[in-house]
Write a protein that binds this ligand. Structure first.
Ligand SMILES: O=C(O)c1ccccc1NCC(=O)[C@H](O)[C@H](O)COP(=O)(O)O
Length: 294
């Protein structure tokens, strides 16, 4: 009898991707691409300019920028926030002075929703990243229509010319791509495909273990000057952020640690090394930025 071994990586990522294939077929049936293109024509030509510069938000000389994630649940952790309120979370991130916001839009595995992007856009002026599993051009047009300024692309999933083509399409629609990598080969692929922003994922999808040392090991392979480096996953403390800053990352992407903290404003303050947030009413400040950058 032969025994087939399937790694967690194969099963969870493959399960997510299989679900996405089916989801895209159903979504396209409800809203064909030509309809999305029509809506985009109006949206992109109407003033005021719709673009919020995700890349520029991550280039903060002498500071590590913070991308804060709206994440209800995950395959590795299960439910992170039982009384999940995406609008309140976006507001808290905005008040705390984060630099950009990542929104998980996958329903089945992360408890997200595509509509959260539009809702977030009406609350904040910060650039918004759509975090989902992009496997078709259709989803990139859809991402722009939903109100994102940037889209996550997985180098390990988009093979051949697809990665470069998807980056180009995102840019042609006024978005930037965050290209997520996990190996030196994927970093090479991202650079060869013209990625401006490269994410290094500290989470191993086979074991779900997180190790921020992965960023420290892989950052040397990002040898293209001007590339923006984002360390993703498993970042929990101010010390983690400092360690990654010392390695040369431009930004960190943090979900679970912020969502699991009862108060997202305090969570951001802790990552930034601020012990107590100033109260606007008490000290008369407009907001809490400038107290201490990450
Ligand atoms: O978070 C997971 O369990 C997960 C499992 C399978 C595929 C992707 C997954 N996470 C997506 C992300 O990219 C993270 O939400 C993001 O990097 C933030 O990570 P964290 O700060 O550890 O929540």
């Amino acid at each position: 009898m032969s025994i087939m071994t399937v790694s967690v990586d194969d099963s969870i990522l493959e399960r997510i991707l299989q679900h996405k294939r089916e989801e895209v077929v159903a979504t396209r049936r409800r809203l064909p691409l030509r309809e999305i293109k029509e809506r985009l024509k109006d949206m992109l030509s109407s003033p005021p300019p719709q673009r919020r510069d995700f890349a520029a938000a991550l280039r903060l000389p002498g500071q590590v920028a913070l991308i804060a994630e709206v994440k209800r649940q995950s395959p590795s952790r299960g439910i992170i926030q039982a009384d999940f309120n995406p609008a309140a979370t976006v507001q808290a991130y905005q008040d705390a002075g984060v630099d950009a916001i990542s929104i998980l839009t996958d329903r089945r595995f992360f408890g997200g929703a595509p509509e959260y992007l539009g809702a977030a856009r009406s609350i904040t002026n910060l650039p918004l990243l759509r975090k989902d599993f992009i496997i078709t051009e259709y989803q990139i047009y859809e991402t722009r229509m939903l109100g994102a300024d940037a889209v996550l692309l997985l180098a390990g999933v988009l093979k051949g010319n697809a990665l470069g083509e998807f980056i180009g399409l995102a840019r042609s629609l006024g978005m930037e791509a965050l290209v997520e990598t996990r190996t030196p080969e994927e970093i090479r692929q991202a650079l060869d495909s013209g990625a401006l922003i490269i994410g290094i994922n500290n989470r191993d999808l086979r074991t779900f273990q997180v190790d921020i040392g992965v960023t420290a090991d892989l950052i040397k392979y990002i040898d293209q000057p001007g590339t923006i480096v984002v360390s993703e996953s498993g970042i929990k403390t101010r010390a983690d952020v400092q360690q990654l800053g010392n390695c040369g990352v431009d930004a960190v992407l943090v979900g679970e640690a912020l969502m699991a903290s009862g108060d997202q404003r305090q969570g951001v303050a802790r990552l930034r090394g601020v012990t107590a947030l100033p109260r606007k009413e008490q000290c008369g400040l407009e907001d809490s930025r400038g107290v201490a950058g990450v």
